[in-house]
Design a protein around this ligand. Structure first.
Ligand code: HCA
Ligand code: CU
Length: 394
């Protein structure tokens, strides 16, 4: 298992730029790169300089920032492209070529032998340039395994630093990925990278299976943005690995995840999904009475991630009919109200009765708690009407 020392290759500035809503200015790219550097991502991958003149300038500008995170760019398996990539000053070049029959027949039209020759020329060139070189086969999961291993073994002999598996169409499942990476681990010396799309919801599980089988590098993007519905999300991978042992992700500045997700969500004009790993708005919200009681006693009962490790706090939701009296007691304590158990139980019943009639707000529950504390004021004829002294309902 390489969980103890895996590296993240964050591709928000390459795969992420392929997300339909993404348009990053140079300043925004630098902001994302700097944040990923502060987070501690080992690598960032940048759009190929061959895409456009601005892409080339941006690649060079980010390579020049002197970040601790290593910069990579991504190119087709062509000598001309790779030369332009090296000239931008990045630390490494990720080369990719399709090996599935679909891509060989309908995209570049090359045979496996031609691919091996092409890769040889490109990698021999990169070797002399003192940059890290990675070779990956696009659409790996729909390629013939014998073809794949021939290609991987050939580039391994040349001395490539990493070989990449790309589940380009998101068709792989964890068992397949585990078997594929295990076999590749036996066949090559190079490090192994996994890049997984999320079309069928397996991207994080597949990345984790890859790590369990010996992969050393995982591609992520912030919020998982990318072509179609994207790839493994940075926060999702972190959550998965943390759940095995928080020490495995202690090298990252976890409290920056919220800032990373918020920044990118805003830049690509989407909300952070409510059910997002770690940063979704309900990720640390507890509701049912049975849950809230246990969580208030010991959060580990219903939390595998500690919100405080991510700079976040949990929320106990009490204004609803599933509520329990322990949660109401917790709220009374928060408000500094000293109420007896009987009083708390009575309010809990009232909350449930009211919540059966209409959706409740926290303010309404707070009013009930306050009125229990000051029942006499409520009854005095000259007292202010209760609602006037209360905050407005949200
Ligand atoms: C794409 C290419 C890629 C490349 C992955 C890699 C993929 O289809 O745009 O270089 O390992 O998913 O195959 O993102
Ligand atoms: Cu991809």
């Amino acid at each position: 298992m390489s969980l103890e020392k895996f590296s993240i290759i964050d591709s928000t500035l390459r795969e992420g730029e392929q997300f339909v809503n993404a348009f990053f200015t140079t300043e925004q790219k630098i902001r994302i790169a700097t944040l990923l550097d502060a987070f501690g991502a080992e690598y960032i991958e940048l759009t190929t300089p061959c895409a456009s003149p601005q892409s080339e300038r941006d690649c060079a500008a980010i390579a020049k920032l002197g970040l601790k995170t290593k910069t990579l760019t991504h190119t087709r398996c062509h000598l001309d492209d790779v030369k332009i990539a090296v000239d931008t000053g990045v630390n490494g070049v990720d080369v990719v070529i399709g090996t599935s029959s679909k891509l060989r027949d309908f995209s570049h039209g090359k045979s496996i032998n031609q691919i091996i020759d092409l890769a040889g020329g490109v990698l021999e060139y990169l070797k002399k340039q003192n940059v890290e070189m990675r070779f990956s086969t696009e659409d790996t999961l729909r390629s013939d395994p014998e073809d794949l291993f021939r290609v991987y073994e050939a580039v391994d002999k040349i001395g490539v630093n990493r070989v990449g598996i790309a589940d380009t169409v998101g068709i792989g499942n964890p068992r397949q990925i585990f078997n594929l990476v295990s076999e590749l681990r036996r066949r090559v010396k190079a490090d192994i990278e996994f890049h997984g799309h999320n079309d069928t919801g397996c991207a994080i599980a597949n990345s984790f299976a890859a790590l369990e089988a010996g992969a050393t590098h995982i591609d992520t993007t912030i919020l998982g943005i990318g072509e179609r519905n994207g790839i493994t999300s940075l926060g999702g991978l972190v959550a998965r690995v943390y759940s095995i042992n928080p020490a495995y992700v202690a090298k990252y500045r976890l409290p920056l995840l919220m800032h990373l997700d918020q920044t990118v969500a805003q830049l690509v004009n989407v909300d952070i999904p409510f059910n997002n790993y770690i940063t979704g708005f309900s990720a640390f919200t507890h509701k049912a009475g049975i849950h809230t009681k246990a969580v208030l006693n010991n959060p580990e009962t219903y939390e595998v991630l500690k919100p405080e490790d991510f700079g976040l706090t949990r929320y106990i939701h009490i204004a609803h009919r599933l509520t329990g009296w322990n949660a109401i007691r917790y709220r009374a304590d928060q408000l500094g109200l000293e109420l007896t158990d009987d009083e708390i139980r009575k309010i809990t019943e009232e909350v449930k009765t009211m919540a059966d009639l209409h959706p409740l707000t926290l303010d309404e529950v707070d009013s009930l708690l306050h009125s229990m504390r000051n029942p006499r004021i409520e009854n005095e004829s000259d007292a202010q009407p209760e609602t006037e002294s209360l905050p407005e309902a949200a």
